[in-house]
Design a protein around this ligand. Sequence first.
Ligand code: BGC
Ligand code: NOJ
Length: 814
Amino acid sequence: MQFGHFDDQKKEYIITTPHTPLPWINYLGSKDFFSLISNTAGGYCFYRDAKLRRITRYRYNDCPRDSVGRYYYIKDGSTIWNPGWKPVQTELDSYCCRHGMGYTVFESSKNDVAASLECFVPVSDNCEIHRLTLQNNTETEKELDIFSYAEFCLWNAADDANNFQRNFSTGEVEIVGSTIYHKTEYRERRNHFAFYTVNKPVCGFDTSRDSFCGTDSGLAQPQTVLEGKSHNSVAHGWAPIGSHHLKVSLKPGESTSYIFVLGYVENPADDKWEAPGIIKKDRALKLMEKYSTDAQVDAALKELHKYWEKLLSRFSVRSEDEKLDRMVNIWNQYQCMVTFNLSRSASYFESGTGRGMGFRDSCQDLLGIVHLVPERARQRILDIAATQFEDGSSYHQYQPLTKKGNADIGSGFNDDPLWLIAGTGAYLRETGDFSILQEQVAFNNDETKAQPLLEHLRRSFGYSCAHKGPHGLPLIGRADWNDCLNLNCFSSEPGESFQTCSNMESGKAESVFIGGMFVKYGSEYADICEHSGFAQEAAQVREQVEVMRAAVMDAGWDGEWFVRAYDAFSTPVGSHVCNEGQIFIEPQGMCVMAGIGLKEGLADRALKSVQEKLDTKYGIVLLQPAYTTYHLNLGEISSYPPGYKENAGIFCHNNPWISCAEAVAGHGDRAFEVYRKTCPAYVEEISEIHRTEPYVYSQMVAGKDAPSFGEAKNSWLTGTAAWTFADVSQYLLGIQPELDGLRVNPCIPQSCKGFTVQRFYRGAQYNITVDNTAGVQKGVGQLVVDGVQMKENLIPYVSGKTEYTVKAVLGACE
Ligand code: BGC
Ligand code: NOJ
């Protein structure tokens, strides 16, 4: 069952009912100011940091769900309705919500009044724009009352939800004409404030939530709106809001628009201080002026469309499969940008008050966006590297506002260092910009300890070399990619839970998965060394890689698949000797991607085991058999009921690893099968089972052991986006950036006749045609670049050349 449909021309998903299984959201904002907006207009916004600079408030886990947002109430006689249906929930005569690239539009009608609410964040300003257009489609004149609503958060969203004894007394606002300023904490010489304005004169306002709603009423039946009259309340403490009251009379057929701007302003920190509590408004006024006419809003929307057109034109495919094209050309890349911007911080599953930027998450996110925004990727790499410690380990997370490592979480996740090589390698292969390696980057944000980025990579690799366990495999530390595999977590105290285990970092548990990473990213590091003129170091690194490869093939091979790990007692995890958790997905994907056991037949055997033991109709589960009881020596993983999350859920993030691995092994049919099973556009028809948005990936789909098999959770902010894009663009369609240029090496289903790709790469446009009339799954027989036949399938990079016409013919060459 579907709740909407794709419009590929407009790059939109059109939701045709407010009754979606879960709130289906979109993100607005592309740089510093971000918003979440659901298909019933719920959500919130913030500046750069969802925790520390929250502009509007959200109530999580609420009932009814998703019941805070920026709302517009239309009072038409005794009928009150909202263009997004919520919060009043008056049945609408028509409704649709169009989620597009950085904008959301609601189009609805009631009693022959049509409303359109266009919401977006302009490309280069820190504000949300909401344009409300109303049209009277009746034969008589209409008198309408419009009320707006936005609830301010008191900046630090965690504190806002906690510290009421203080917060109930700090809220301050100022009202000037049609503008409501939210200036809580400004008197502490903060240099930031928010405002909410409308481009027409108001006939009233409210800034106190209690006054707007009435003490015993909520947003579904606010007193002000019921009465049809604002109270002109001025908030002193408690819950400051912004609400405007506008009156409009529309002749038959007439329409009118209102432009609301919800903005954030930061004055220079050393700005002259006039008097406590008096805000300097010039920047805010400029912003209001900039978006005060329809023509200006049209122009800003056009700029936004252009921004996305341009970004998305950097990689596009045309194939026989419209779902594939839709995901590759639009939604997968869009989600990659969102995950890059927000890491795992703010979604309808992440409160924004917890995690900031994850070290491993952000490194992996780079894989999906280096081709889109290389200059921003560059900066991100430098920011991430600055949270690394001198021994090569790193903070696991950092706060986007301060860019400082998060001391509460600390370090000790032993896969982290190698992900820095993964992200940097992707950047180098995309851009060829080796100058980044010379950038001086602090350790632990201490500038006095700055070293070139290359030294950071060296220490990343060095950390893994220096932390090996009894089998010569990397020590896992607190956990590796699988945050819930806490293998150094044991205790003689009955009932002790995994959080309280004391020696998570110091124990000797080992990870085969990190072993796979070591081989893959160690080899990439060796290539980087070689390209940077360090041939000797490259050779030493390769030696280390071979030692690790041997350790993985020896202690990491279980007979039919790769072992997952060894716990603190050196007992294998993810082996046939275990009762539960005999086989895990992660090492099968990573080790095969690294090429381990490819020649020896282990790779094929491992992939076959995955298919036999882990595959389901909705994707590949993380492990089997699921853990049915809690095992302290394994940690958080067995705290989940069977079939959920890391305990045998379909973790979408590592499904593409298997698809990539199948491609490495040359199995195009199977690689695509794996790709399609979790791909949103392909499961759109079962939205009532899948439940999350059919245009983006979710982190997890409940596995076959779960009662809700097939139900997805944690949509949007997941490494699945970047990895799937890497999979489909590089491994399946096979357009592979390398340090020396683009390689064409597709792995596709036998039945696929071919496709074309438009790829922008290092300043040039590549028009690539892949011809598979031979009906093979892999293997370029012929590569012709601008009429010249090449000796291999690498397109030689010619500096200054701006266009390449490339034809790749699959199958044995004549
Ligand atoms: C989740 C993981 C997540 C981790 C973050 C765990 O509870 O299961 O998926 O990575 O929390 O700390
Ligand atoms: C989500 C986390 O963000 C990610 O870092 C981790 O790898 C996966 N969960 C698996 O535990």
